[in-house]
Write a protein that binds this ligand. Structure first.
Ligand SMILES: Cc1cc2nc3c(=O)[nH]c(=O)nc-3n(C[C@H](O)[C@H](O)[C@H](O)COP(=O)(O)OP(=O)(O)OC[C@H]3O[C@@H](n4cnc5c(N)ncnc54)[C@H](O)[C@@H]3O)c2cc1C
Length: 508
């Protein structure tokens, strides 16, 4: 039988989530489909492309349900407000090549979409060509020894895990099943990273369509090794990946779940998080500490609209005493139990819910000062001052253990480079009504930037692409930026992927 305070908090949490979803649905209902007309030249190029590809591979603006699904299925509803001239659905690398050649020949604007979770609107296009990779869904063992996976970019992590995990192995991928494969090109933090590095560190080869339409296989030691390293975390600036070949790692029983704490425990949980980052050496242990505030009015009975959710995973059936420092802090909910890795990736299905418009920043932070606490204290003030103006605000502490940076180096290094761990990528994530007037959105972003910069950042740590904001100089903070610039000049001399496609700020 559940204790009554627990039940009260749980029901308040559920009520908040329901209100949050309702808010999202209302926001969707309010938004109107103002189809922005594509320009004549792009429309003509889309029509020409239709005739070059098999039937059904290109849908023009407004012409069919495929188009609406592509435009609507984004995590950030700001992306769902952009209307491409046409959407291309290539089914293999050759068809991706045909699309890229047409884009280059006509100098068209374009965007590439896999799972659609990017926070900075970099996988949607207004008036250009959207290359939707959703039909590239193959997955299989890449070798007879079953140590390497092959999967295509239209798979979400959930699809990849469903295929491999029952066979006792998994690629190192996203922590939330509903997220797409683009996560790996942005580095990719996994629950298994402390043992095996970032997702990109486990690449063994990448099939890539270059700006001239050529299809190449890049590996760590072939003629495309510069391209390979640039794609290990450098995102969408160099080509379109049509196939991932990645190391598989063994996986069996996994202990996973969330622990929820109320606001009065914040200080203790942040202290436990800092201690975990600086002292934990058990590579099987993973946490994300998320400090969350709903920007709607608090539940009248519990006054609850702020709490901490600890995402907790141990790659084994029994974590022993590893998480005792967290378990010993009074909490209101603990869902942790032993299951498989699929269960861990589905512990909270936040990967498929549409949650308004987003703005995200990253704070790279070494531990050992009081900045972790200061940031949360500043966040408390911010979230109260802005109540009613946002849907959800969250500050997420993601440990980068020394073993992660060791694993990256052992795997030949990635685009990020940077100092040895431990440190923290703090993801500052803000969700708001996507229909908010532009000036109000901008005011929220400005105040979120102010909060982000309210503590000093450690500038020698790379600003993690998957979490960073469009105003942060992301790739410039990477050790391999000069290599990435040279890679872009070599394989894409006219800058198609840099100039015609949205993405992180990059100059060659
Ligand atoms: C709920 C949620 C959970 C998350 N969890 C994690 C996590 O555990 N670890 C982590 O590191 N990050 C995480 N993220 C951040 C996530 O990695 C990024 O949002 C990432 O961009 C998602 O990839 P996608 O394929 O879903 O998105 P998309 O928006 O489709 O693509 C992301 C970017 O990659 C480009 N791209 C995608 N596929 C290709 C391709 N094949 N070739 C070339 N360019 C391509 C796109 O143009 C875009 O710029 C999470 C985000 C959300 C919303």
């Amino acid at each position: 039988m559940m204790k009554s305070p627990v039940r009260a908090v749980l029901s308040a949490t559920l009520a908040l989530i329901a209100a949050f979803l309702l808010n999202t649905i209302l926001a969707d209902a309010r938004s109107s489909y103002e189809f922005r007309r594509a320009d004549a030249a792009t429309k003509k190029a889309c029509n020409a492309l239709r005739s070059q590809l098999p039937f059904g591979r290109v849908t023009n603006q407004g012409l069919g349900p495929d188009y609406l699904v592509s435009v609507q299925t984004y995590y950030s509803q700001l992306q769902a407000k952009r209307f491409p001239a046409c959407v291309a659905y290539p089914q293999n690398a050759q068809e991706v090549s045909t699309v890229v050649k047409a884009i280059k020949a006509n100098n068209l604007q374009f965007a590439v979409k896999a799972g659609g979770h990017q926070f900075n609107n970099w996988s949607s296009s207004d008036g250009g060509v959207l290359i939707d990779l959703q039909r590239l869904t193959a997955k299989r063992f890449d070798d007879e020894s079953k140590q390497v996976a092959y999967f295509e970019p239209g798979n979400r992590w959930r699809d990849v895990y469903a295929y491999f995990v029952p066979q006792g192995v998994t690629p190192v991928g996203g922590r939330i099943g509903g997220v797409g494969s683009g996560l790996a090109l942005g580095g990719g933090l996994s629950y298994l990273s402390a043992e095996h590095g970032l997702a990109c560190d486990t690449f063994t080869a990448l099939d890539v369509v270059l700006a001239d339409g050529s299809i190449v296989k890049a590996t760590a030691d072939n003629e495309y090794k510069d391209l390979f390293k640039s794609l290990k975390g450098g995102g969408n600036r160099f080509g379109i990946v049509t196939g991932y070949h990645t190391k598989l790692v063994p996986v069996g029983k996994v202990y996973s779940g969330i622990v929820i704490y109320t606001q009065d425990q914040w200080e203790k949980v942040i202290k436990a998080t800092s201690d975990f980052v600086s002292t934990n050496t058990d590579k099987k242990a993973a946490i994300i500490t998320t400090v969350d505030s709903f920007g709607i009015l608090p539940d009248p009975t519990t006054k609850l609209n702020s709490f901490i959710i600890l995402f907790n995973v141990y790659n084994g059936a029994d974590p022993g005493t590893t998480f005792d420092a967290f378990t010993n802090i009074p909490h209101v909910l603990d869902t942790r139990s032993t299951g498989d890795y699929i269960k861990a990736a589905e512990m909270v299905d936040i990967g498929t819910i549409s949650q308004g418009g987003f703005y995200s920043n990253v704070v790279p932070l070494k531990v050992g000062s009081d900045r972790e606490q200061t940031l949360v204290n500043n966040f408390k003030v911010w979230s109260k001052e802005h109540i009613g103006q946002y849907i959800l605000a969250t500050v997420d502490y993601q440990p980068i253990a020394k073993s992660i940076t060791d694993a990256s180096r052992a795997a030949g290094g990635n685009a990020l480079g940077g100092p040895e761990g431990p440190y923290i990528f703090v993801n500052m994530l803000l969700a708001f009504d996507p229909n908010l007037a532009a000036d109000k959105q901008e005011a929220l972003r400005a105040s979120w930037d102010k909060l982000t910069n309210s503590i000093p950042h450690d500038e020698d740590i790379p600003k993690f692409l998957n979490d960073a904001g469009f105003r942060q100089n992301i790739l410039q903070s990477y050790e391999q930026y000069p290599l990435m610039q040279a890679t872009s000049r070599k394989y894409d001399p006219t800058g198609l992927f840099v100039k015609n496609q949205p993405g992180p700020n990059f100059s060659t």
